[in-house]
Design a protein around this ligand. Structure first.
Ligand code: SAM
Length: 243
């Protein structure tokens, strides 16, 4: 049977503990008891673990042996602010597919009322990423950065392949751009950044800024996709090619 998996709030080489919501769930719903076994994600490592104690608002574990786990893919998604339930979809699904990092950003055509509420959503997005990482049995939790203006996000990425998802691009597909990049890469899994536009799309100024900063416009085909469809599809293509 698949063992339940928890993400440690604190740990050392032999023990770990969880607090807050995870501990409350363990104690109240799963009736945590000393001796119960599980998998424990501690930093970027996964351990077979056993509960060694339950006290107050925390559950303690002894780490028994390390379990092999797949690392994240070196993929960052820049997400223009759009409807929050759909942003959660992207974060959840891209986490399952292996994304390492999300940068929420305010694009010119992001809706104003959403932009105003977006920073307050970041903690929720972090929880979504954490739950999806746990559910998909990842050994790590992707980073969800604080909300930044688009011009900061465009410049802030690690050096790597920078791909702007653009529905009006006709000559280069994401697949073709990835093929070329993989042929030229000096490492097995080169870093990739993907930028997803808001529901209203990019402005001409934004596209020009991306181009100046070395981003390549790529297409996912001739149909206009919703932002969340575009983000998840792009992540799936990249994940399949980096796997
Ligand atoms: N401006 C568009 C319109 O005609 O209404 C809508 C933009 S689309 C809903 C939102 C974002 O999804 C785009 O900015 C782009 O990043 C991405 N996207 C949608 N369809 C795409 C496609 N066929 N190829 C690449 N990216 C696409």
């Amino acid at each position: 049977m698949t063992r339940r998996r928890w993400i440690a709030d604190s740990w050392d080489e032999t023990s770990a503990s969880v607090k807050g919501e995870q501990a409350a769930h363990l104690v109240r719903v799963l009736r945590a008891q000393t001796g119960m076994e599980c998998d424990m994600v501690a930093g970027d490592r996964v351990w077979r673990a056993v509960i060694s104690g339950v006290s107050g608002d925390a559950v303690q574990f002894t780490l028994l042996s390390e379990v092999e786990a797949e690392p994240a893919l070196p993929v960052t998604l820049l997400l223009s602010v759009f409807k929050f339930d759909r942003m959660e979809w992207i974060i959840e699904k891209a986490t399952e597919l292996g994304a390492a990092r999300f940068i929420p950003m305010t694009a010119r055509r992001s809706e104003k009322h959403l932009v105003q509420a977006a920073q307050a959503r970041v903690e929720r997005w972090r929880r979504v990423a954490r739950e999806a990482a746990k559910q998909s049995r990842r050994s790590d939790v992707p980073v969800v950065e604080d909300l930044v203006p688009l011009k900061t996000a465009v410049r802030s990425g690690a050096a790597g392949l920078r791909l702007l998802l653009a529905e009006q691009e006709r000559s280069t597909t994401l697949y073709a751009a990835m093929q070329v990049a993989l042929q030229q890469a000096t490492v097995e899994k080169p870093a990739v950044e993907l930028a997803v536009g808001p529901e209203g799309g990019w402005t001409a100024d934004e596209e020009a800024l991306f181009a100046v900063e070395g981003w390549q416009a790529v297409s996912l085909g001739p149909r206009i996709l919703r932002a969340e469809t575009a983000g998840i599809t792009a992540m799936a293509v990249v994940a399949a090619m980096l796997a």
